[in-house]
Design a protein around this ligand. Sequence first.
Ligand code: C2O
Ligand code: CU
Length: 488
Amino acid sequence: MHPRPSMILCVGAGLGLALLGGCADPLALLPMPLWEAPFVDAVAVDVDPAPDRVDVELEAREAEVEIAEGRTVRLWTYDGKLPGPRLEARVGDRVRVRFRNRLPEATTIHWHGLRLENAMDGAAMVQAPVQPGGEFVYDFTVRDVGTFWFHPHVRSDEQVERGLYGAIVVRGPNEPEVASDQVVVLDDLLVDPGTFQLQPFGGSREAMLGRQGNVLLANGRAQPVVELRAGGLHRFRFVNAANARYFRLALEGRRRFWLLGVDGGPLEAPREVDELLVVPGARFDVVVRVDDEEGATLDWQALPYERGHGTGGRPVARVMRLRAVGSSLGAPAAPNVAASDVPVLPASTVQRELRFQEGMMAGASHGGHDMHGSGGSMMGPRFSINGASFPEGAPLRATLGDVEAWTLVNETEMDHPFHLHGFRFQVLDVDGVGPDFRAWHDTVNLPARKTVRIAVPLEEFPGRWMFHCHLLEHAERGMAGELEVRAP
Ligand code: C2O
Ligand code: CU
């Protein structure tokens, strides 16, 4: 399997080098038809009759998944579904997930964005991975209203790409009245155009840019058509489960819509917006008013976004199509949403600086492939924070109850989606410019060559917590670290 010389040039083209004639764009999407079938909306079955308890079973296993009409892909799934069955809970519920691993390799489940006991976090530093045939019971209480998600934290670049992800919706007492409320998990798959199976993993372009697919998926479907009651307010909770793709989402014609919440819960009040940058790991909760006229369509589109190394400059792509059906509900133009409180944080007592770096590594070294240093001979890019490529470097030590201010300096030529486990944070500013609104995040984009400051209250759970780039190829190649939080 020696690449032809022209392929070497094509590989380079993806890294922003001169595009020489005859090379196909490695980031181009395959043309896909619209698909009319309704979503398979799988919700995990709660077997505990108590109102404040959710008790579900979840099994990781291989399955054939139909992602376009008549096109199936062999994937790794939760319960045979893509996305995995959604967990539904109310704030304060105790959730038990009896997990069984039927995959050919070890795995864990990380509950992205949930604040919970360290032992339930699923990072391999706090949990021995569940071996093939093994089981583990995750048991935690959900503290925050919002949209969260779950995925493996072992070899996550391959395991998440193969299809292991699902959403968790935590509802509160004051949910707005809407005609429909749906979670849309965004992803992309890199498939072979002929066989439609996943392309092999690896290569230095994939390591550098992250694996970006050639088919966009919304809830496991390419180009789905969703029928929604005409003239109604419809709620969409977007989750980006892609390894590397940034979804810059907009409605066709730049129709405006309402932003209700981000990662860690509701905003204080909804805001009218006309686009969202949904980076890997992030969530956005929005409301759209669908046209009054039956049959009218409106597309959710992915607009071009340059996240470095020539990833921008591509055509607008359709993510999904909305179609108005039935007589108009005649809903008001804007949703009626109860105010939420996002507190102003007290001044921080601890300051830290984290510098995000990329470089090349030559020959054998550690730093790859399970965020925990099983090692291996690595060529190609090497990612680090403050000079240490995880698991190199000492953990950051912190004290429970402190409010810390972190300065995240992106020294590289590309954006990185930063994620912290176990805690939530507020963005203070990006290159000195404050955000438009106060909100709780667990994931934030670090634009190329910019500095983002965040405030992190270490509210509740001591333990060993990871932070990392959520571009999973980067996380698995060292752009990660550990925060060790102890009781005072
Ligand atoms: Cu969504 Cu450490 O991950
Ligand atoms: Cu990164």
